[in-house]
Design a protein around this ligand. Sequence first.
Ligand SMILES: NC(=O)c1ccc[n+]([C@@H]2O[C@H](COP(=O)([O-])OP(=O)(O)OC[C@H]3O[C@@H](n4cnc5c(N)ncnc54)[C@H](OP(=O)(O)O)[C@@H]3O)[C@@H](O)[C@H]2O)c1
Length: 297
Amino acid sequence: MKRNLPRLGFVGAGTVATSLACALHGKGYPVVAVASRTYSSAQKLSVFIPCAQAYEDKQQVVDNADIVFITTPDDAIATVAGELKWQTGKYAVHCSGADTSELLEKAASGGAVTGVMHPLQTFAGMEQAKNSLLGITFSLEAREPLLSILKKMASVLGGKSMVIAPEDRALYHASAVMVCNYLVTLVKLSADLWSDFGVTREESVRALAPLIKGTISNLETVGLPGCLSGPISRGDTGTIRKHLAALSQCHADIVSTYADLGLQTIPIALEKGKIDAAMAREIEKIMKNRGNEGSRI
Ligand SMILES: NC(=O)c1ccc[n+]([C@@H]2O[C@H](COP(=O)([O-])OP(=O)(O)OC[C@H]3O[C@@H](n4cnc5c(N)ncnc54)[C@H](OP(=O)(O)O)[C@@H]3O)[C@@H](O)[C@H]2O)c1
């Protein structure tokens, strides 16, 4: 254990707490106390960290740690902060993406310095959660000296940090939900189409995964707008019409999703420069008419 590092505690022993606690312990931070709604969850987390004590009473976390991460679901954070007795010298931090440090108002009025440390990563389960922090961005909101402490933590974990102002957090988190959760939704919708020609969801996801990974790799290496491929970027209106006709016949419920995302894709294709304004207008017309020839916009 390294000297002069703050003692850490966690209230709420779920996936993010497990990931952060294990990673910070691995970097020498003393994770000393864990509590949760159920004692068994706190015990499960503490098993990974020899110096961590699981407590039934969450007040013990505040009493024994310098920095207390409140890693409950977002809707419980303010209530939990209000149930605890704080004092000057303590730090209270939550990990929500959309919420500001205002949620910890009760901790602040009790004397604690409050802040937000949101890991911009997806944690779907305990096992996967333990190794998900390397290279990620942590969005922070805190006053000094807490801001510097959290910046150092992010850096020690091999991540980057950026300060997101309270008024920008909802937009920031909406972007994370679109890119992460809605990717899952798009994969599910795509797999549904494969079931029409007899391929199971498991098989189709396995087949689609390299395409998704290739797209992500191109985003990282080539960037926007150069990484865009496909019929819109080429101006292949015949292919787009075929898609809309097939979807209208078999999956009318997702025609509007296909067309609306297509409309949002046109400016990227224009920016890439492979289609001109006339072609962009033509594709826009097809998308707005949902592929119905002869209809008017
Ligand atoms: N999951 C992600 O991908 C992700 C990514 C970035 C940020 N975050 C943020 O991280 C925070 C935690 O999310 P998570 O995904 O780790 O949630 P989670 O896996 O559902 O874990 C939440 C934990 O909080 C505990 N809990 C619930 N109510 C409580 C209460 N009143 N008092 C004490 N403990 C309570 C639960 O306890 P029991 O197990 O004892 O019932 C559970 O262990 C949230 O603010 C979330 O927005 C999540």
